[in-house]
Write a protein that binds this ligand. Structure first.
Ligand SMILES: Cc1ncc(COP(=O)(O)O)c(C=O)c1O
Length: 380
């Protein structure tokens, strides 16, 4: 495909108006970070262990939870733990942050892009059905903006072909599907705690998986291939048998994360209230389509609020003239030369110039949402 234009507007400063993103810093973060700075452990220490244990309990994860320095690290670990090797073909969403797909290139695996579902911007199950084959080694799905994918259909296809599902739930912490926490029903799942996510550790991530026996390998891969537990006990053989990385979370990050876990329900409820306010304002506006299928099995995590509109750039400029930031945020990955993809993606073509992300974060009020919607109601 032709390479995409540089179509992002420069960012606004926070005193300019309603910005698109803002970090949520939990009330206890400073206290917990200061305690950590006064302690013996600022790198990977007891707070990391505590964060992992609390995360597992709070988000009802059935398997081990291994934290990392970023969501991208967690995805790389998930791919390695899933046994993906050089040359393997992996079904992945076309429309996502490049972080979903770049770690496959670290391994030398081949991302096989699946077109988008234009109603939700999640991957299209129809296109997945067309592309899945005996060559497919795994299905990776992203819950775009926090809206769960059609997990029943994806699970069914994975089972039919005997391959694992790897959920990139970077946007979707707190979402549920059929009443179960997102990520809890697949072989592998990952979360991101990067600066502007619901739960932040500054930068961080976490991989979880159903097979408990993979936990020692996951921990070794996270730390140079070294068995840290045995090393600390003085009983490690002092040998490294697999290529490891330096992918650990630090206690400084975990301290912020622990504070975030304590108020997560409140944060999520507030973000959902902002999301609902957008929906109430915009659902009857004929020029605006909300990127959500409102499937009752899915409980949205409300990380992004995305609309589909005509004359998207004009709309952005109008919003900007009222000091409201908006952006496309993520882009189809085939536009990036690094993936070397020349396939056609008709559904993505149909929404490429239409989708737009509106501000949603805990520094906004419900009145701010009304102000954004008032501009949209005027037209552009
Ligand atoms: C869908 C998706 N996957 C993975 C990541 C990577 O997460 P991180 O930024 O924590 O490395 C991101 C980015 O935040 C993302 O949006």
């Amino acid at each position: 495909m032709a390479r995409a234009p540089k179509n992002d507007l420069p960012m606004m400063s926070t005193d300019e108006g309603i910005v698109l993103f803002h970090p949520h810093m939990p009330r206890k973060a400073k206290e917990y970070v200061c305690d950590t700075l006064d302690s013996r452990w600022i790198g990977q220490g007891p707070k990391v262990d505590l964060f992992e244990a609390r995360f597992r309990e709070q988000f009802r994860q059935p398997g081990p939870c291994i934290s990392t320095g970023s969501g991208t690290d967690a995805l790389h670990l998930a791919y390695l733990l899933a046994g993906i090797k050089a040359g393997d073909e992996v079904l992945v969403p076309l429309f996502t942050c490049t972080a979903t797909n770049i770690p496959l290139l670290y391994i030398g695996a081949t991302p096989k892009f699946v077109d988008v579902d234009p109603r939700t911007l999640n991957l299209s199950v129809e296109d997945l059905k067309r592309k899945i084959s005996d060559r497919s080694r795994a299905i990776v799905c992203v819950h775009y903006g926090g809206l769960p994918c059609d997990m029943a259909a994806i699970r069914g296809l994975a089972d039919q072909y005997g391959i694992p599902v790897i959920e990139d739930a970077a946007h979707a912490l707190g979402a549920t599907y059929a009443g179960e926490p997102i990520g809890s029903g697949s072989e592998f799942a990952m979360y991101s705690f990067q600066a502007i996510k619901h739960l932040t550790t500054g930068d961080g991530g976490l991989v979880t998986f159903l097979d408990e026996s993979l936990a020692p390998l996951a921990r070794r891969l996270r730390w140079f291939g070294i068995d840290r537990t045995n090393k600390q006990k003085g009983i490690w053989e002092n040998d490294i048998t697999e290529v490891g990385y330096k992918y650990q979370m630090t206690d400084i990050g975990a301290a912020i994360g622990l504070a975030g876990l304590e108020e997560f329900d409140e944060t999520l409820a507030y973000r959902r209230a902002l999301y609902r306010r957008y929906v109430e304002n915009l659902k009857k506006l004929s020029d605006v389509t909300i990127a959500d299928d409102f499937d009752p099995r899915k409980e949205h995590a409300a990380w992004l609020f995305t609309i589909l509109i005509e004359k998207r750039v004009d709309c952005q400029l109008k919003l900007r003239s009222r000091r409201i930031e908006s952006a496309q945020t993520h882009f189809r990955n085939d536009r990036y030369t690094v993936f070397g993809c020349e396939e056609a993606f008709p559904a993505m073509d149909s929404v490429d110039d239409k989708y737009l992300v509106l501000p949603l974060h805990t520094k906004m009020s419900l009145g701010d949402v009304d102000s954004v919607c008032a501009v949209l109601k005027e037209g552009w």
